[in-house]
Design a protein around this ligand. Structure first.
Ligand SMILES: NC(=O)c1ccc[n+]([C@@H]2O[C@H](COP(=O)([O-])OP(=O)(O)OC[C@H]3O[C@@H](n4cnc5c(N)ncnc54)[C@H](OP(=O)(O)O)[C@@H]3O)[C@@H](O)[C@H]2O)c1
Ligand SMILES: *[C@@H]1O[C@H](CO)[C@@H](O)[C@H](O)[C@H]1NC(C)=O
Ligand SMILES: *[C@@H]1O[C@H](CO)[C@@H](O)[C@H](O)[C@H]1NC(C)=O
Length: 278
């Protein structure tokens, strides 16, 4: 029996596989992709709950689902079929996003979930929770090919830049820390039953400011538009005051939108990889 089964060896799954490969500990794993590339098990979860096939999946202590499951009946059918095959209840972890944590002010894992933000994936996550599994709500993922420096160029229009000026918080978590967190959940829930059946928010515990990213990496054109918005846009001036500059706003700081202290404290870890904006 493997320790971990990674359903979907994509971007996040690869970081976990690298961590498990690198460890001296004997944590074994198996992994799937839809096309079976790189010696993974070819496997795909369809949309029909009466047709979920787990015959190719090996039995593992913990099953990690790295992709959104968009139907609770499919999620239930998957866990049922897998448990039948395993001859008992297995431990489940499913990855999610932090989008539903959008209350004004700082959100922690106990803040109300805005289900309308993710109406399709949340019901399947509820199934995982009902089976004592864990939901990891991940902040912006970065590492390897995903570099925030490269995201700055996407915001070229006045509207897009205005949106960032109104909503400056950027919460991130690096793939290496995502992998450490998944491993900690796999080990932690076996030892401490009170850690089971929880939603967790995962960030690197920092709050980055889009304006800092823009000051470091944006083009002159983008900076000109941002300053023009500060000088003339009424919504922006209502939020940040008149006669503002990008530098002064950055210096004043920001109130975080997300708080993931509970995750790191509960599992006795700290995040280790942070974005350097320079
Ligand atoms: N991007 C972000 O900043 C961000 C932020 C927060 C949370 N998230 C969430 O974090 C999770 C992991 O993201 P990621 O970037 O690692 O995803 P990813 O690279 O797309 O990996 C997903 C994996 O799941 C597999 N998969 C997808 N649909 C499947 C299905 N129906 N049946 C079987 N396998 C399936 C894919 O297979 P193939 O390899 O064959 O394609 C892939 O291996 C996702 O739930 C994502 O929504 C992302
Ligand atoms: C196969 O795995 C290696 C090492 O994990 C990775 O660098 C490479 O991108 C993978 N190839 C494909 C086609 O996914
Ligand atoms: C399940 O998948 C296996 C392997 O692909 C296949 O041999 C089997 O016929 C499938 N079972 C059903 C009920 O479709």
């Amino acid at each position: 029996m493997a320790s971990l089964l990674i359903l979907g060896l994509g971007w996040a799954g690869e970081f976990l596989a690298e961590l498990l490969d690198s460890q001296a500990t004997d944590i074994s794993y198996a992994a799937t992709t839809r096309d079976g590339r790189n010696h993974t098990i070819p496997w795909s979860l369809g949309t029909d709950p009466s047709n979920v096939n787990v015959s190719r999946l090996p039995i593992a202590q913990t099953v990690l689902v790295t992709f959104p499951v968009l139907d609770p009946m499919v999620m239930k059918a998957l866990i049922d079929a897998y448990d039948r095959k395993a001859g008992g209840a297995s431990q489940w972890i499913i990855l999610s996003s932090t989008r539903p944590f959008n209350s004004p002010g700082t959100n922690d894992r106990h803040s109300p979930l805005d289900r309308s933000q993710d109406p399709e994936r949340i019901p399947a996550e509820d199934v995982v929770l009902a089976r004592q599994g864990s939901v990891l709500h991940l902040a912006g993922l970065w590492g390897k090919q995903r570099q925030p420096k490269g995201w700055v160029g996407y915001f070229t229009t006045k509207d897009a830049l205005k949106h960032k000026l109104l909503d400056r918080q950027l919460h991130l978590v690096h793939g290496k820390d995502v992998a450490r967190a998944i491993l900690a959940v796999h080990l932690g829930v076996q030892k401490y039953t009170q850690l089971r059946a929880q939603r967790w928010i995962l960030t690197d515990q920092r709050c980055y400011d889009w304006l800092r990213l823009f000051l470091a990496w944006a083009s002159n054109d983008q900076i000109t538009i941002l300053q023009h918005l500060l000088d003339y846009d009424q919504d922006i001036q209502k939020k940040w005051g008149r006669h503002q500059t990008l530098h002064r706003l950055v210096k004043e700081g920001l109130k975080p939108r997300l708080d993931s202290k509970s995750f790191w404290d509960s599992f006795g870890l700290v995040p280790t990889t942070f974005l350097a904006i320079e």
